[in-house]
Design a protein around this ligand. Structure first.
Ligand code: ZN
Length: 234
């Protein structure tokens, strides 16, 4: 019995840890173990090419990176699904509805994009709106900047369709500029896109591990839902 006790303790601890990784109900990524499912959203698709530069189309790069992210999350034991698995059109509201439909699974939505702009503009920018998504956006962003060496364009609180409208925690990550020669030459390499995916997965895993620890809270803001007529679309 004396030998069994530590073994039982280990088993109970493992069981409890397992439960913490996949909680039922609403997700709360601010707490350790608060992410039950990552809904990976490859931006654009089908008729909507998104941005483009140096022979790279955003819709292809996001889908490729999303598949790699799914792999990386699986290797870390984090459950994920994708909003689209193929090159098909998908409205923003459809993506929001998909995330909302999974609200009971502890879902967080991670939308992947690549940026376009003047040639000289480069780097990573990460958007969030909800107070419960600030930590997740920050962890993903820091990891991505560190692993890619891309310019840090900061974590930005912005009311977008995919940051304001979901009823679940959500972030939108711009993983680099297709229009910047230096960013694009790296994004074009499959190994580099794997590195991007790995760094995003690492950010999510850290958030799962320690929640919002060390991340300053942001105030609640009351703003209307984002509309199709809003200035910039994602
Ligand atoms: Zn985009």
């Amino acid at each position: 019995m004396r030998r069994l006790a530590p073994l039982l303790l280990c088993l109970v601890t493992l069981l409890l840890a397992g439960c913490a990784i996949y909680p039922a109900g609403q997700s709360n990524p601010r707490q350790p173990g608060g992410i039950g499912l990552v809904l990976i959203d490859p931006g654009h698709g089908g008729d909507d090419r998104g941005g483009a530069g140096h022979g790279l189309r955003e819709k292809d790069m996001t889908l490729d990176t999303a598949r790699r992210l799914r792999e990386e999350l699986a290797s870390l034991g984090i459950r994920s699904q994708m909003t689209r698995e193929a090159d098909r059109s998908m409205m923003l509201d459809e993506r929001v509805a998909l995330a909302n439909a999974k609200a009971g699974s502890g879902v967080v939505l991670v939308s992947l994009h690549y940026d376009s702009g003047p040639r000289s503009q480069s780097g990573v920018i990460s958007f969030f709106w909800r107070t419960d998504s600030h930590g997740l956006a920050t962890r993903i962003h820091r990891s991505l900047v560190e692993e890619t060496g891309f310019e840090d364009r900061r974590v930005v609180r912005r009311r977008l369709r995919l940051t304001r409208n979901p009823d679940v925690p959500c972030v939108l990550i711009e993983c680099g500029f297709l229009t910047n020669p230096s960013n694009a030459s790296k994004i074009a390499q499959p190994e580099f896109r794997q590195r991007i995916a790995r760094s995003i997965a690492k950010g999510i895993a850290l958030q799962q591990q320690i929640g919002d620890r060390g991340i300053p809270p942001v105030p609640e803001l009351n703003e209307p839902l984002s509309q199709a007529s809003d200035r910039r679309e994602y």
